[in-house]
Design a protein. Structure first.
Length: 354
């Protein structure tokens, strides 16, 4: 990998992290250049992820001056020497936000997320590369997936949360008869509901207090929705909706106490998938789990094969995640939109179009 933000005087506009709890600031910064095995994408669409929102409020997690943004699609405007794959300038692509070496046993075995030389994009943690809240972003060519002409760039940016949902579903080992409960109707929860529907799962309930998100869940394929704030007992409401206790519970909120809540809802010896990322210590109720013997899986990362599979599904029109996009903003509008997402609203997936 080459160093970050090399340039020969060319600049670009980017939204920079200022400090914990402060709005992003849009500035001119050096435009990245492509090193060996790399490309530079012109960012056409980038989603605002909940992990960016959470990290921006955690002291010391993001360094001042960092460029976040890891859900993006664009077109290749520069190729470095020795690209991995048959790529050309002008091609449309989705990029994984994780760059692996492409040559080690883990990478060759389809487990690039375990590559010891992997580098993340989005600068949420020290050592990561600059992200896509910018006009251009430096990527690794072995993490690119071609984006068909009939898949819009904004839908291409949704491939990242869809891929996250895909690995959750893979780990759950669902079949069509499973009773599924999704806690949380944010982008990941909605993506899980949409993929479950596309794969023929017949009973999918989403628990979500926001009315707009409940409507979206139904539109994207959930067979039942529950407002947890409007029922006396969530478990009873879920059983009524699904016809029994859920076999699989996806925890897609990522807040303290939600993993315990998921264990509380799943049937005995059922499966809990921690789809949400809680960015603070979260006490776990071992006694509650002891009584149920659940299988609990914590997904780490998806693979490039997941992304390719989902691109095929989009091209075949087996997926239509577009309703998840509720707002589109330009780069100059990003700081205001980013701050607005910290407050409850009808915003679901906000797409930045630099």
């Amino acid at each position: 990998m080459t160093g970050d933000r090399r340039g020969s005087g060319a600049t670009m506009r980017a939204a920079l992290f200022a400090d914990t709890g402060e709005p992003l600031v849009v500035r001119d910064v050096p435009r990245p250049r492509a090193g060996s095995g790399e490309a530079v994408l012109r960012v056409r669409a980038c989603g605002i992820c909940g992990s960016d929102l959470h990290a921006s409020r955690v002291e010391g997690m993001v360094r001042p001056g960092a460029i976040m943004g890891h859900e993006f699609a664009g077109e290749i405007c520069e190729l470095g020497p020795e690209p991995m794959g048959d790529w050309r300038v002008g091609e449309r692509a989705f990029s994984l936000p994780s760059f692996s070496c492409g040559r080690c046993d883990e990478c060759r075995g389809g487990r690039s997320h375990f590559c010891e030389r992997r580098i993340e994009i989005g600068e949420l943690f020290p050592g990561e590369k600059p992200g896509a809240y910018a006009e251009f972003v430096q990527v690794s060519t072995n993490g690119l997936v071609p984006l068909p002409d009939d898949v819009p760039f904004d839908v291409g940016a949704l491939l990242e949360p869809l891929c996250t949902a895909m690995v959750c579903i893979r780990l759950a080992k669902l079949d069509a008869t499973a009773r599924v409960l999704i806690l949380g109707g944010g982008p990941i929860g909605l993506a899980i509901a949409h993929l479950c529907s596309a794969m023929g799962v017949m009973r999918v309930a989403v628990s979500e207090p926001n009315a707009h998100r409940r409507r979206l869940a139904a539109e994207l394929g959930a067979t039942g929705v529950v407002d947890p704030d409007a029922v006396d007992d969530l478990g009873d409401a879920v059983i009524e909706t699904l016809g029994g206790q859920p076999d699989v519970v996806f925890e897609a909120v990522g807040r303290r106490g939600m993993l315990n809540a998921a264990v509380g809802q799943v049937r005995r010896q059922g499966t809990v998938i921690a789809a949400g990322i809680c960015m603070e210590p979260d006490p776990f109720d071992h006694l509650a789990a002891y009584a149920k013997e659940p299988t609990i899986r914590v997904p780490s990362y998806y693979t490039i094969d997941d992304a390719r599979y989902l691109v095929d599904m989009l091209e075949q029109r087996r997926l239509d995640p577009g309703p998840m996009i509720t707002h589109r903003v330009g780069l100059e509008e990003l700081p205001e939109a980013f701050e607005a997402l910290h407050q409850p609203s009808d915003r679901v997936k906000v797409i930045v179009e630099p």
